[in-house]
Design a protein around this ligand. Structure first.
Ligand code: PLP
Length: 376
């Protein structure tokens, strides 16, 4: 099977697996315990925290380990729900992951306003600037890159706008991290990430919080993570996550992601030429090097998906979390893509191990399927 669904989850890389095995064998203690095995686990955790802080450009104490991005994102929204007064709004982009949308709706109801996006799926900076001049929300949340389209958001500009009005900025960096360099992400007040999108294990992530901030915990019942998140830290998977991130940052340091962007670009050019009626969602916006949200010609997305599956290609209709749902994706709806067109969208998301040959063979498979559809 050729795997083109890395935005849903990516295979665990060797470095991460080795780090997990080594820590499981050699770091058996609970990092909160006072004896030597506990102290060793605590030291390993501290080292991992320092490493992540170094990549993000923040302080080690600003990192909270979590079970993934869903927990990290819920922690942020829950904190502001408790900390803000009952009138204050929060503003989140219309294309956030459901774990941000749903928790904002859950805690804030109508006080969670949606920041619109342009037709290309980029958060509307003009809207934000104009609204902010008028009134201030308690929090602004915009993701770094969208999971369905790969469209990268102008987060540095958004951070600057928020800072000038002293509004905290929260960024879900799940799809950015491990695909694009992490440096500077730590300048945002709140940043979340999850290991399984870049070659680490599932079930582990983090939340970066403002320096010296006190966060109202979502999980209570223990003093771990400076009282910000109760529960024994899973040291082996945290170390595995950091091994994966370190390896990805090294690859990016060598510019390996740039070449992969060229392969994706070549695929898109051929795709648009060979399949009349096809289009790429968000094509004129800056996008992650690995993602293609493709409007397929003729035939709905499920027909394409099952043909590709049979031909040996794992692709997606968009977010893994909405797969199988009948309603069109909220991301595509926010980009004013008509429901009928939204049902034609397939997502191809490559990974670090995807080769140029894999892209070529996907292109050929699409062409074959198109011919099958057209056969009398
Ligand atoms: N945020 C984004 C942008 C995502 O793509 C995902 C997963 O698809 C999540 C959050 C949730 O991550 P997890 O399922 O690891 O908690």
């Amino acid at each position: 099977m050729t795997y083109f669904d890395h935005n849903a989850t990516a295979p665990v890389m060797r470095e991460a697996r080795d780090a997990w095995l080594a820590a499981t064998e050699h770091v058996p203690g609970n990092p909160s315990s006072p004896h030597q095995p506990g102290l060793r686990a605590g030291a390993a955790l501290r080292e991992a925290r320092e490493k992540l802080a170094h990549f993000l450009g923040c302080n080690a104490e600003d990192i909270i380990w979590t079970s993934g991005a869903t927990e990290a994102n819920n922690t942020v929204i829950h904190h502001f729900a408790k900390a803000l007064d009952a009138q204050t709004e929060i503003w989140i982009s219309a294309i956030e992951h459901p774990c941000v949308h749903e928790s904002a709706k859950h805690y804030f109801g109508k006080r969670a306003r949606l920041i619109p996006v342009t037709h290309d799926g980029v958060a509307d900076l003009d809207w934000l600037t104009a609204e902010m001049a008028d009134r201030r929300p308690g929090l602004v949340g915009v993701m770094a890159a969208n999971n369905e389209t790969g469209v990268m958001q102008p987060w540095r500009e958004i951070q600057a706008i928020c800072r000038s009005y002293e509004v905290p900025f929260f960024m879900d960096a799940v799809q950015w991290l491990g695909k694009m360099p992490a440096r500077e992400l730590g300048q945002c007040e709140f940043v979340s990430g999850a290991a399984h999108k870049f070659g680490g294990p599932r079930g582990v992530g983090f939340l970066k919080i403002p320096h010296k901030a006190k966060i109202i915990p979502l999980l209570v019942g223990g003093k771990q993570e400076a009282g910000h998140r109760a529960g024994t830290e899973n040291v082996p998977i945290i170390l595995a996550m950091m091994a994966a991130l370190e390896a990805r940052e090294k690859q990016m340091g060598r510019g390996e992601h740039v070449l992969r962007g060229v392969w994706r670009e070549n695929f898109e050019k051929g795709f648009l030429k060979d399949l009349p009626g096809a289009a790429i969602v968000g094509r004129s916006a800056p996008r992650l090097w690995n993602t293609v949200a493709a409007l397929m010609p003729g035939g709905g997305q499920w027909r394409w998906l099952s043909k590709l599956d049979k031909a040996g290609y794992a692709v997606s209709t968009g977010s893994a979390c909405t797969t199988g749902k009948e309603e069109p994706s909220h991301v595509l709806a926010a980009m004013h893509i008509k429901p009928a067109d939204a049902h034609r969208v397939l997502r191809f998301s490559s990974g670090w191990e995807t080769t140029e040959n894999d892209w070529d063979s996907l292109a050929k498979a699409l062409l074959n399927i198109q011919e099958e559809f057209q056969a009398p």
